[in-house]
Design a protein around this ligand. Structure first.
Ligand code: C2E
Ligand code: CA
Ligand code: CA
Length: 571
């Protein structure tokens, strides 16, 4: 950058101010009461074609700007006592090459530090360049920078327009929210550039299946929103088309990745619809689709709204559950099939609301996971499981190991290792009395924090079980790389194993594979003697289910474990 001060002589500016003027992206000058230039910046030299040496002290700004031919009425013009003009409006700038360019010019007086030495500062910018700049600015603020698709702002404008237009013509449209199921996993495994590439490929494919009047937007860097003319049966066909198009696996960073998507839709007309309402409803449908598994789609219906309202209500009630002492733990025994011994008990959380009664964890745990409340609940479970286990340990001889369920969200965000370590210390409990149940998803998502925590827990002496085994992904490679002690075969396989030969084959294969990898196996949901007998024949190690015991209170577990002379458990 050229030194403005040196070129301008004594312009009366501090060096930092002079630097700011010199670096400004628009033409700036300072002139005296007669309009003679005292300082100009590089952008002004470019705008006028004159070097600063030919301007400063030699020319007046009136010779370059034809104020008498203002293009538009200036916003503000008045003549100062010395005859100079303060000006703010559009006028012509006479270029050194004799061309005339429309500019916006603003000239105002600088309060004189020295009486009688009046000066003016001017700002000028090329209106053509300004229009380009404004168009660029509009583009940037209305588009997603990765996919170059309209962003939330432009989507809302277009959606508003679609609502008004369709309402006027009695027509309909469909709004779809499309979310790639594996985006997070792609990011964890291959990094942000791979995520960007996956979004770009998906955007291109979506462009290919939509019509010229449809709008596709990318919002929040993770979701696509499609406003399509198609309605009714045509909309269902469009959803199938999108799913089929995205189902083809592209190669990203030399790895084939899945672009399988979950889709939530809502149809217009809807009474009182606004862009925000339609998007919220499509999101409700999307959540329902995701609950049904990967690659599913759902259209919004009124029953879903009721469900989402109930979830919101549950969340509010759940916030008070810990403080209001509405939670307690129960323990479900796991029995070693070969010996009939009670070696392990799974901690299950119970919530009894004073007016609504018992609310099932199958209902509130997903709400807690989604709202972030699981961190607080999960910590409460670990601390109380350790406290109650330590009370039992002091009263019984054959203390079983206690297992706790840890959600993926906890492993992702929380210092689970710290919480476990403190809970064990505070209750003088050895780590070998504790087991942590995680789901397959945690292992497959491969987030470093989750994996490090699992490894550190294992080093501490806490055992690791994989819960609901068989319901997640089919990759088994992680079992050889991770410190897992036990697989818990999901209830759905056990329930059907005696009537469905394929389920039987799966159970048999999982037991054989687990033993080959030196892992123990628990069968969940054992409800009959026939199931228990078959599992014993197959060599399954432990069994858990209503046939052996329903979940028990701490006192109930103590009653099962206590020596014959035992009594009530001290609180
Ligand atoms: P899960 O970890 O798979 O727990 C086993 C569930 O199966 C328990 O349901 C248990 O009561 C039920 N069950 C046990 N034996 C049988 C049987 O023979 N037949 C049938 N039909 N069901 C049986 P529950 O207690 O309702 O828990 C449901 C789910 O909630 C759990 O599934 C677990 O995913 C979650 N959960 C429960 N407590 C906690 C907790 O403290 N933390 C976390 N993160 N999740 C929890
Ligand atoms: Ca479990
Ligand atoms: Ca389970």
């Amino acid at each position: 950058m050229r030194p403005a001060i040196a070129a301008s002589g004594d312009a009366g500016f501090a060096p930092s101010e002079a630097d700011a003027i010199e670096g400004a992206p628009y033409g700036m000058f300072v002139c005296d009461a007669n309009g003679t230039f005292e300082l100009v910046n590089a952008a002004y030299e470019q705008l006028t074609g004159y070097s600063r040496e030919t301007l400063i002290g030699h020319r007046t700004f009136g010779s370059l700007h034809d104020l008498t031919h203002a293009i538009r009425q200036p916003a503000q013009t008045h003549t100062t006592p010395s005859g100079n003009i303060e000006f703010d409006g559009e006028c012509v700038c006479l270029h050194r090459n004799r061309t005339r360019a429309p500019v916006h010019l603003a000239v105002s007086r600088i309060d004189a530090a020295t009486p009688g030495r009046q000066r003016y500062v001017g700002i000028a910018f090329d209106l053509k360049q300004h229009a380009q700049y404004q168009a660029r600015l509009w583009y940037v603020t209305h588009h997603d920078h990765v996919t170059r698709l309209p962003n939330q702002t432009l989507l809302t404008e277009r959606l508003d327009l679609a609502i008004t237009r369709c309402a006027r013509h009695g027509a309909g449209f469909t709004l779809l929210i499309i979310e790639l199921d594996q985006l997070r996993q792609i990011g964890n495994a291959l990094g942000q550039p791979a995520v960007d590439l996956a979004l770009q490929v998906a955007a291109e494919r979506l462009r290919g299946v939509t019509g010229p009047d449809d709008t596709i937007a990318c919002v929040g860097g993770t979701q696509f929103v499609l406003v399509a003319q198609a309605t009714g049966q045509q909309a269902s066909v469009l959803v199938e088309l999108i799913r089929a198009r995205l189902a083809e696996w592209p190669e990203i960073s030399q790895a084939p990745v899945s672009l399988a998507a979950s889709i939530g839709g809502v149809c217009f007309p809807e009474h009182g619809a606004t862009p925000a309402l339609l998007i919220r409803r499509a999101n409700v449908a999307l959540a329902e689709a995701k609950r049904a598994g990967s690659g599913q789609s759902r259209f919004f219906c009124a029953a879903m709204e009721a469900e989402s309202t109930r979830q919101l209500e549950l969340e509010t009630l759940l916030r008070g559950a810990i403080d209001n002492r509405q939670l307690h733990l129960v323990y479900q025994p796991q029995i070693t099939l070969a010996t009939g011994e009670l070696v392990l008990a799974e901690t299950l959380l119970r919530w009894r609301h004073p007016t609504r009664g018992a609310i099932s964890p199958a209902e509130f745990i997903p709400v807690a996971e989604k709202s972030g409340l699981i961190d607080q609940l999960g910590e409460w479970v670990i601390r109380n499981a350790c406290r109650e286990a330590s009370q039992l340990l002091r009263r019984v001889r054959n203390m079983p190991r206690i297992s706790v369920n840890v959600s993926p969200q906890q492993l992702q965000r929380q210092d689970v290792l710290g919480i476990v370590t403190r809970a064990l210390d505070e209750n003088a409990l050895e780590a070998r009395y504790l087991e942590v149940e995680i789901t397959e998803g945690v292992l497959l998502e491969h987030t470093d924090t989750a994996l490090e925590t699992i490894q550190a827990l294992r080093r501490l002496g806490v055992e690791i079980a994989v819960d609901d085994f068989g319901t997640g992904y089919s990759s088994l490679a992680y079992l050889t790389r991770l410190p897992v002690d036990r697989l818990k075969i999901d209830q759905s396989f056990i329930r059907r194993m005696l009537s469905d030969p394929q389920c039987h084959a799966i159970v048999e294969a999982v037991i054989a594979m687990a033993h080959a990898l030196k892992l123990r196996v628990t069968a969940e949901g054992v409800e009959s003697a026939a199931h228990a007998a078959r599992l014993t024949d197959l060599g399954c190690d432990e069994a858990q289910g209503f046939w052996f015991s329903r979940p028990l209170s701490q006192q109930g577990l103590y009653n099962v474990l206590r020596p014959l002379d035992g009594g009530a458990l001290p609180g």
